[in-house]
Design a protein around this ligand. Sequence first.
Ligand code: E4P
Length: 252
Amino acid sequence: MRLFIDTAKLEDIEWGLKTGAMRGITTNPSLLAKEPKGNYLVHLGKIVELIKQHVPLENRKGFSLSVEVFSDEPDEILAQAREFVEKLQWPALAVKVHIDHRGRDNLVLINQLSRSGISVNCTACMTVYQAMTAAAAGARYVSLLWGRIRDGGIEEKFAKEREELIASGKLRKEDFDPAVAVKETRILLERFYPKSKIIAGSVRTPSDVKDASLAGAHIVTVQPKVLREMFGHFKTDEIVDQFFSDFKAWSN
Ligand code: E4P
């Protein structure tokens, strides 16, 4: 399992890079929109500079950076993808393209971009079917959004949509369990599209990170808050307090 830090905040990215525990960075338009207003390419350029500054040369070539398009228009998506590649000049850049939006799929674009040599991270996937079609179209990564898949199984506002899908047999109840979605996608990818890798995004707790990894995600994205929660424990605090106080008492 490899961890990618999921943020556009430069201070958090710098910290994540300095830990040496990150193998990539993922961003999305909502994460960018949390940052001070400005030119997105300038901001993304600063992320690339941080990678160059903090990732050792031997790991840099494969250090993944996912940047997402912010349009639904095919021509704009292609233009944005090419602009990211040209302006950022990052060898392991992946362009995030959503699988579908209100009945308008991006499979043709995913195929076109992939065939032209641009790595695509197909994002906003909620089911094994979306992930498999994205992989079949050439996506290098398929992002299954763990927390949002789970939300889809319980949110009251989507009760009607959910019940209709289950009643029609298009989805099963267990398809709203992210562990099932990741596990089944992994089995099918290994068999049919081994070059495509699963990114588990929308991960909200340390146990989500563990469960996604055990379910078969190749990569798990972690927001800085979740990463920090993975380190802390009240018993760790207790024993470290004890080390310091015991040593102080002895040395005085
Ligand atoms: C990752 O690639 C996704 O963009 C991100 O994790 C979405 O997470 P959210 O559900 O917290 O918005």
